[in-house]
Design a protein around this ligand. Sequence first.
Ligand code: BES
Ligand code: ZN
Ligand code: ZN
Length: 475
Amino acid sequence: MTTSTGSPASFHLVFLSEGADLPAGAEVAADDFTGKADSSLVLYPADGPKRLVLLGLGASPDVETLRKQAGVAARLAAGKKATTVSVQWPDLDLADADVAEAIAEGLVLGGYRFDRYRTTQEEPPAIIEALVWVGAPDGTVEASEQGRILGEATSFARDLVNTSPGDQSATDLAMAAKRSADAHGYEAQVWSMGEIIQEGMGGLLAVNRGSEEPPTFTRLEWKPADAVNEQPIVLVGKGIVFDTGGLSLKPSSGMEKMKGDMGGAAAVIGGIEAVARLKLPVWVIALVPSTDNRPGKNAYVPGEVITMHSGATVEVLNTDAEGRMILADALSFAKRFEPELVIDFATLTGAQVIALGPLAAAIMTNEDDGAEARTQRVIDAGQRSGDRVWPLPMFAGYKKLLESDVADLKNVGGRAAGTITAGKFLEHFTDYPWVHVDIAGPSFANATEGYATKGGTGFGVRLIARMIQDRALKK
Ligand code: BES
Ligand code: ZN
Ligand code: ZN
């Protein structure tokens, strides 16, 4: 999508904050419109736009309302086969740059489609190729370019989640990350079986034992010369390319959604891509441990004790609690970078879906003096980015639920507080400021609405970009 300033195109969007009771996407043909308009709306000449779409924003719209309505508009445009869309600058009680960014982002995300496997084109894909701003203040093109990049990096993460699990082995996922790194000027290093054995990643190797495919451990790095931080921010993403549950097999109903169990990996790969494309002056590393989790003749079994990368021992009581096994190794590996902060993203627990549903991810952090401020920073970044999060407690008592009869800890804590005990398990492998983001619910949408499209949502990409932007400004 290219962005410019100019005059109204044949598909023209008018966002109306006064029109509180105007339905989203009310359409008015230009002829009708010129006659009927009685408000402060701009009147268009006869040779003006063919189609005006009025988008009600309600009384005091925020950036999320703008993104949603832009998302609705993108699908209306696609339905009308419009490839150039113009937007009348809405004069709102918001910063100009935020308005421009939100509308561009919403247009890209709402117009997202995943057509890779369609062999018949019933409706030819209409993608918005050009966005033209009308009556916009200076700086609008630059700000909307930011929104476009965030939208595109999020779309890339959606593609990774939506890809058929038959086409996405751990190696395929790593190669997709490598292609992004090559295209956008950051570094990628992919380890396969040999290096993973050498590094002693016992958790990742245990989960991989049921698989026909080798595991991968991918390290991505953006280290610009003007970085403001001397210690890196490390992102970790759960890259289970398909989770059958292993020998603790999942029920078949709904199992297809487990192709999205690499949603955390998609978030950090899309996240570092966004950071690199925005050229943010922050040193960022992303780590992606990856494998599928399957029953197989050599699959790990309940009762087994696994020696992890950190040297800690884990009694496996459920092979479906595999995400924490591979993340624990990545978290312990991250210690060597002496990071200023580690943030992991994982579709980790069904309990997170029960607690918060699709609207927010659950965040947990280690309990040190910085915990409260750190939590608040993530909540704020979540609110502004649209990837919303909410905290859960990490009281010491929850760790007791992970005590094992035979090993240092067991990999499940029982039904009670399932999201928190998973967080407590991960905390055992950290010794630095750390935030855990359980995205099981928000990473996958069951319906298209606003700028979210059914399937992978790319949740986490915009949160990462916003947090790194804040770090660049030392907020
Ligand atoms: N990938 C699942 C969690 C999940 C569930 C993600 C639903 C998205 C939607 C994870 O590996 C898992 O199976 N967790 C188990 C843990 C339990 C065995 C302690 C769960 O939540 O049931
Ligand atoms: Zn599982
Ligand atoms: Zn899983």
